[in-house]
Design a protein around this ligand. Structure first.
Ligand SMILES: [Zn+2]
Length: 270
């Protein structure tokens, strides 16, 4: 059983200290997939200076002269991998970036090229800002050949273009939902990779304020019983001592489970 860890929102506004503080005793056990924004535009959240919440100014990641060499060092040490997390991560009045931006194709293409060359790494995974994707946003990611980390279990034709694999995936998810006793309205994370013609998708379990070790264990045990894999997703900027304790206690418990293998998020798609 593969277990991976994803952390969102590394960007120009991230200081190496904050990542170090959260992951210094984690990333040698389990590499962290940093879902990174190449040209961040500020919005209201902890860790972004208030003067940039509404400035609309885009900050290329390389303008943070401390962060780029830090990330390169951690990449070389295999403590982190990098995924593409949108282009600017800006919110539009009509939706999140990959629902509402007029040019998702350009954003994926240029964001990917920029992040790969700036950090001198190869990227195979896309994490949509706010886990939100329109049909066109999904097509842009798929056309770029990037795999998706996030839960996208909508099969409505208004939400995704169907390809030769879609019907089978719809059946698999439907069968899993009914054997686990869930109705259509119940939220769940499907614990297997869903492969499509040009990309694959895998859902993550959130670690956010309020998440407990017990709730992560329940998701983990369900995935394990089904023979699936598991990925935790969090945001470094909201990991306080309480959340950090939850993460460490969860890792301590599952590390002892026979067959569990910690690895990079990219390996979920192998
Ligand atoms: Zn984000």
């Amino acid at each position: 059983m593969k277990v991976a860890l994803r952390d969102d929102d590394t960007c120009f506004f991230t200081s190496p200290d904050t990542l170090e503080r959260v992951y210094h005793d984690v990333w040698d056990r389990l590499p962290v997939c940093l879902a990174t924004v190449p040209f961040a535009i500020g919005y209201e959240r902890k860790g972004i200076p208030a003067e940039h919440w509404h400035s609309g100014v885009s900050f290329p990641i390389e303008q943070n002269a401390a962060l780029v060499p830090f990330l390169k060092t951690q990449l070389a040490a295999k403590r982190v991998t990098v995924a593409l997390h949108g282009y600017t991560h800006q919110d539009y009045p009509t939706g999140y970036e990959f629902q509402a931006a007029p040019d998702p194709e350009r954003r994926v293409r240029e964001g990917l090229a920029h992040l790969q060359s700036t950090l001198d790494t190869s990227i195979s995974v896309f994490v949509p800002p706010h886990n939100a994707l329109s049909k066109r946003g999904l097509a842009a990611v798929s056309d770029a050949g990037l795999n998706l980390l996030g839960s996208f279990l909508s099969f409505r034709p208004s939400m995704r273009a169907w390809d030769s694999h879609t019907l089978q995936n719809w059946w698999r998810v439907r069968a899993y939902r009914s054997t686990s006793g869930r109705s259509k309205a119940d939220q769940f994370v499907y614990p297997f990779v869903l492969r499509y013609a040009r990309h694959a998708e895998f859902g993550c379990h959130s670690l956010i304020p309020g998440t407990t070790v017990e709730s992560l264990m329940a998701g983990f045990e369900e995935a394990r019983r089904a023979g699936g894999d598991f990925c935790v997703a969090t945001h470094y900027w909201e990991v306080d001592q309480t959340l950090k304790d939850v993460l460490l206690r969860f890792l301590d418990r599952i590390e002892r489970v026979p067959g569990v293998q910690f690895g990079p998020a990219e390996a979920l798609f192998a």
